[in-house]
Design a protein around this ligand. Structure first.
Ligand SMILES: *[C@@H]1O[C@H](CO)[C@@H](O)[C@H](O)[C@H]1NC(C)=O
Ligand SMILES: *[C@@H]1O[C@H](CO)[C@@H](O)[C@H](O)[C@H]1NC(C)=O
Ligand SMILES: *[C@@H]1O[C@H](CO)[C@@H](O)[C@H](O)[C@H]1NC(C)=O
Ligand SMILES: *[C@@H]1O[C@H](CO)[C@@H](O)[C@H](O)[C@H]1NC(C)=O
Ligand SMILES: *[C@@H]1O[C@H](CO)[C@@H](O)[C@H](O)[C@H]1NC(C)=O
Ligand SMILES: *[C@@H]1O[C@H](CO)[C@@H](O)[C@H](O)[C@H]1NC(C)=O
Length: 320
């Protein structure tokens, strides 16, 4: 009986601990977003409205968007001519904080980070362009360091959005074609196989690092939003997510352009393009060869907002 009582107490303690993980429902008022074109609200990747705008609507957040198209975590690791998190997005955030443009109460504020697509992608890891032999370990460690850096400046609520199954995008699938992002000759089977290793391996490293983070960042709420699982579910059950007037389409894109191999990819007059319009677009999972569609992003927004307010634990786990 004593043993039973104490194991019941342990169970209660465990339940209380599980409840304490994550911000309390309604706590978060401000959403600060970092990332790449998946999250950029100015140069929008999905052809419509970006997910942070929908998430701010769904979760009643004030939005502070810092994500920039083309970004990687750091240009020290992968050198691409775009505003990376460490060299551009974080410096801008800290400059605005320092001069009073941004006044954010840490308790009310959550930071999301959705990065990795460009870090592992063409002209970066998959094509062997990591600087000084940088690997997936370096790009993922860099992403985790974003939260450590924000914690040092007083912030406490962090939600990490992992990489989607990029090997299922047209850009990185085995039956890919020369497109606006890549026209040079390549072995698409090799790219797809390697990309599957990078996304699954990178996401596993991120999960293990995030699970280890609470002990060094006391008082922080650290969560993982499993974009990989969500997109895998959208691929498996498109009828539960897509709602346009065309047949469900998880292999093509709203805006697809087939180039001749080796063509100048900036010259669209060389490409054969297919464009879905009107209510048909919401039948597609992909907007173009690399980006989720607006309907996919509405789902991301809804689920991220639900994760932050702890209304749904389906795609998110709070480790602390
Ligand atoms: C990038 O490299 C510079 C110069 O070595 C260094 O000062 C900076 O801390 C590095 N940034 C990151 C994110 O590693
Ligand atoms: C604050 O810093 C940001 C970023 O450098 C700048 O755009 C803005 O004009 C500054 N505002 C003031 C009031 O100095
Ligand atoms: C592409 O790579 C795959 C996997 O390594 C290989 O089996 C295939 O022969 C390659 N195709 C060509 C055309 O080299
Ligand atoms: C699909 O559902 C979203 C809500 O998730 C809605 O905003 C959109 O208008 C719908 N699309 C169509 C074509 O009905
Ligand atoms: C999906 O869209 C593409 C256009 O990118 C089109 O070629 C293809 O036939 C569509 N597939 C289905 C199942 O409708
Ligand atoms: C684009 O390609 C077309 C057809 O080859 C060519 O006439 C045109 O000059 C090209 N435009 C640019 C800006 O290179």
């Amino acid at each position: 009986m004593v043993a039973l009582k104490s194991s019941f107490a342990a169970l209660l303690a465990f339940a209380a601990c599980a409840l304490a993980a994550g911000p309390v429902p309604g706590q978060i008022k401000n959403l600060v977003t970092f990332g790449d074109s998946y999250t950029d609200v100015v140069t929008i990747g999905d052809g419509g409205t970006a997910w942070p705008v929908y998430a701010a609507r769904d979760g009643h957040f004030d939005l502070f968007p810092f994500a920039k198209s083309g970004a990687t975590c750091s240009n020290n690791i992968t050198d691409r001519p775009f505003p990376s998190i460490f060299e551009s997005q974080l410096p801008l955030f800290f400059a605005e904080k320092a001069n009073g443009t941004l006044r954010l109460n840490p308790a009310d504020t959550v930071f999301t980070l959705w990065i990795g697509t460009n870090d592992v992608g063409a002209n970066a890891l998959i094509t062997g362009n990591g600087i000084n032999g940088a690997t997936i370990v370096d790009t993922v460690s860099c992403a985790i360091n974003v939260f450590k850096t924000l914690y040092k400046s007083g912030f406490r609520n962090f939600l990490f959005q992992n990489m989607i199954p990029l090997q299922k995008t047209i850009m990185y699938s085995a039956d890919s074609y020369p497109n606006r992002f890549w026209t040079a000759p390549r072995n698409t089977t090799e790219w797809s196989v390697t990309m599957a290793e990078l996304t699954t391996g990178g996401n596993e490293i991120a999960k293990l690092m995030l699970q280890a983070l609470p002990s060094s960042l006391p008082g922080a709420h650290i969560g993982l939003f499993d974009s990989y699982a969500l997109f895998t579910d959208m691929l498996a059950h498109p009828q539960e997510y897509l709602n346009g007037t065309a047949p469900f389409n998880i292999t093509g894109a709203v805006n697809s352009c087939v180039f001749p191999e080796g063509a100048d990819q900036s010259n669209t007059s060389l490409a054969v393009c297919t464009l879905a319009t009107g209510t048909d677009v919401d039948s597609f999972l992909w907007f173009d060869e690399l980006h989720p569609s607006e309907q996919a992003d509405r789902v991301v927004a809804r689920e991220v907002a639900a994760a932050i307010h702890r209304k749904s634990g389906r795609w998110a786990t709070w480790f602390s």
